[in-house]
Design a protein around this ligand. Structure first.
Ligand code: ATP
Ligand code: MG
Ligand code: MG
Ligand code: MG
Length: 569
């Protein structure tokens, strides 16, 4: 590629609205451009990186026995009704009608489509197990799209789904996927950790997230300082002993308030700045008569769909939230688990970590338009920090029994999950067994955020001059930077010959043939993060040499022109 025929689109200034370094650098290096909230155009250089990530993911998936397919991004609503998620998914699911007023969704994930496919195509145990993947655009109407492509509304995901007759078989494939994910992140050259994640009803270690470690990450990960135990904070908290929970007071004052139902209404009612991150949500427990029975803390992280949480749905919002079980609520509330039901539960409390003042600590239960507040924990609430409310904090004993908890920030770049028969059952996906009986299948699903990885890689690999790509995903392997080509025929000729040679050898090389000052060219290549600069200058040509600069180490060396190819072996 010649820069004169390319679209470099680098920027000198850091765009003011970009909060994190990866977003700033992706804009400055000409990788993406903002189109609308959470929607981006990938410019040529960015697309090259995206495709390299995709290629590594695809190769490792295929090596691990997964087969590529491609499903539509637009999906009919009836599939979502069949699975039950038409009602459960909430506003992240973008719904639309076609010209005949038939309802559709923009796929945030593809369990429905794939389960339907397998249900139609696969009829015998002999065709199992089966593992299918795709690399497809997803759409999630994120409540707060931010950090550029890190949390977009439209983004590229590799999603795979496996189908099995038995949980044993599922576990085998799950392990194969786990190993494939490790190879993918190793090949990508990222500092990553698999962490145990919660998989709701199935239990065991049936779900892992893969995190790229970075301070800007939105997730907390709990590590043990003495073992290789690592879990996402939700899982670590789910495992923490309930005795660690703050005790709730039973003394509640009754105040009249509107029957607050949605978080938006709560936010409006209590006049909390909705733009600030709502981190913690506390829910009052109540018995079936709506009598308040205690309080339980629900810690919410990331951009969850808070406005969808309604009292009636509390039992259904378990997956995106750290949600206490009935037993845990009952434990805190000191009442029977059986008496904790959807009836009478409410959601009136928000503590906002980022607010200068801690939002008033209010909790209660709805009963005939009545709201209760004034509940106290066993300490003065004004002194509480969110970390105190949390079940697991740094220094706690690790759930693995060895060492103490250390908390670090991570970016979730992958998530694998033993689904069980949730979708297969709802969508009637089964096969005939060897004994001739119909049997519902058990499933696994395996996601990787392909576009998020590009941003995560930059969070981990940059300096003040720009991006320092891991070699495997750098947009170009090398750039040829000729000094004063216009004035030196020798420089021009050498650069041209070098360009041909490298191209023929299959090396992704950018030939900077612009009429720019060397300073401008160097600044651009450091910003873009090309690993190797091949600097062709008049002086070194006397010795048939060029100068080679390594972007990662900053080292410069002289290399004979004939030897340049060996730099790439
Ligand atoms: P998050 O917790 O960050 O919202 P998620 O748990 O909702 O992610 P999954 O449903 O597990 O996401 O999807 C699989 C992968 O897709 C995630 O691990 C992540 O890498 C990627 N991903 C999810 N949401 C987005 C997004 N809005 N923008 C970019 N990538 C995303
Ligand atoms: Mg999400
Ligand atoms: Mg997540
Ligand atoms: Mg996830």
């Amino acid at each position: 590629m010649r820069t004169s025929q390319y679209m470099l689109s680098t920027l000198k200034e850091t765009p003011a609205h970009a909060e994190v370094i990866s977003h700033q650098l992706m804009l400055r290096a000409g990788l993406v451009r903002h189109v609308a909230s959470g929607l981006y155009t990938w410019l040529p250089t960015g697309l090259k990186v995206l495709r390299k990530v995709e290629k590594i993911v695809r190769e490792e998936m295929e090596k691990a026995g997964s087969i590529e397919t491609l499903m539509p991004m637009v999906q009919p609503a009836d599939l979502w009704e069949e699975s039950g998620r038409w009602d459960d998914y909430g506003p992240e699911l973008l719904r639309l009608n076609d010209r005949h007023q038939r309802p559709f969704v923009l796929g945030p994930t593809h369990e429905e489509v794939i389960t339907k496919l397998v249900s139609n195509e696969i009829s015998s145990y002999k065709q199992l197990p089966l593992n299918l993947f795709q690399v497809q655009t997803k759409f999630r109407d994120e409540i707060r799209p931010r950090f550029g492509v890190m949390r977009g509304r439209e983004f590229l995901m590799k999603d795979a789904y496996s189908f099995h007759l038995s949980d044993e078989c599922l576990k085998k494939t799950y392990q194969i996927m786990f190993d494939a994910y490790c190879r993918i992140f190793e090949r990508l050259g990222l500092d990553y950790r698999p962490v145990i994640a919660d998989n709701g009803s199935i239990g065991g270690e049936g779900s892992h997230e893969f995190h790229v470690l970075a301070d800007s990450g939105e997730d907390d990960i709990a590590f043990s300082d003495e073992s290789d135990y690592a879990a996402n904070i939700e899982k670590a908290e789910a495992l923490a002993p309930t005795s660690e929970r703050p005790a709730a007071s039973q003394e509640l004052k009754e105040v009249a308030t509107p029957n607050v139902k949605s978080i938006d209404e709560v936010v409006n009612f209590f006049n909390i700045d909705a733009k600030q991150t709502v981190k913690t949500l506390l829910v009052a427990g109540a018995d079936e008569n709506g009598e308040p029975q205690g309080i339980v803390a629900i810690v919410v992280r990331g951009d969850h769909q808070l406005n969808e949480i309604k009292a009636e749905n509390l039992s259904q919002i378990a997956s995106p939230l750290t949600f206490a079980t009935d037993e845990q609520i009952a434990d805190v509330a000191g009442c029977d688990a059986g008496s904790i039901g959807p009836v009478g539960l409410t959601i009136p409390v928000i503590v906002d970590r980022s607010a200068a003042h801690l939002a008033d600590f209010i909790c209660g239960a709805n009963k005939n338009d009545t709201h209760y507040n004034g509940a106290n924990w066993d300490r003065d609430i004004q002194n509480y920090q969110v970390a105190d409310i949390r079940n697991v904090v740094a220094g706690d004993p690790s759930p693995c029994g060895k060492g103490k908890i250390v908390i670090k920030r991570g970016i979730e770049v992958g998530h694998i999950f033993q689904l069980g028969d949730k979708y297969a059952k709802a969508m009637n996906c089964g096969v005939l067994t060897e004994a001739g009986k119909n049997q519902t299948l058990t499933m696994g699903c395996y996601g990787i955020g392909v576009s998020r990885i590009v941003a995560a890689a930059i969070e981990q690999n940059h300096d003040k001059y720009g991006i320092k790509w891991p070699k495997a995903i750098a947009p170009f392997h090398a750039a040829i930077v000729p000094m004063n080509m216009a004035k030196s025929a020798r420089v021009k000729e050498t650069a041209e010959t070098l360009y041909q040679t490298l191209q023929q050898a299959g090396i992704d090389v950018l030939f900077d043939d612009r009429k720019e000052r060397p300073g401008v060219m160097f600044a651009d290549h450091e910003l873009i993060g090309t690993p190797i600069l091949l600097i062709v200058g008049e002086r070194n040509l006397d010795n048939q040499e060029i100068e080679v600069k390594d972007r990662i180490t900053g080292e410069k060396s002289l290399v004979a022109i004939d030897e340049v190819l060996s730099l790439f072996t």
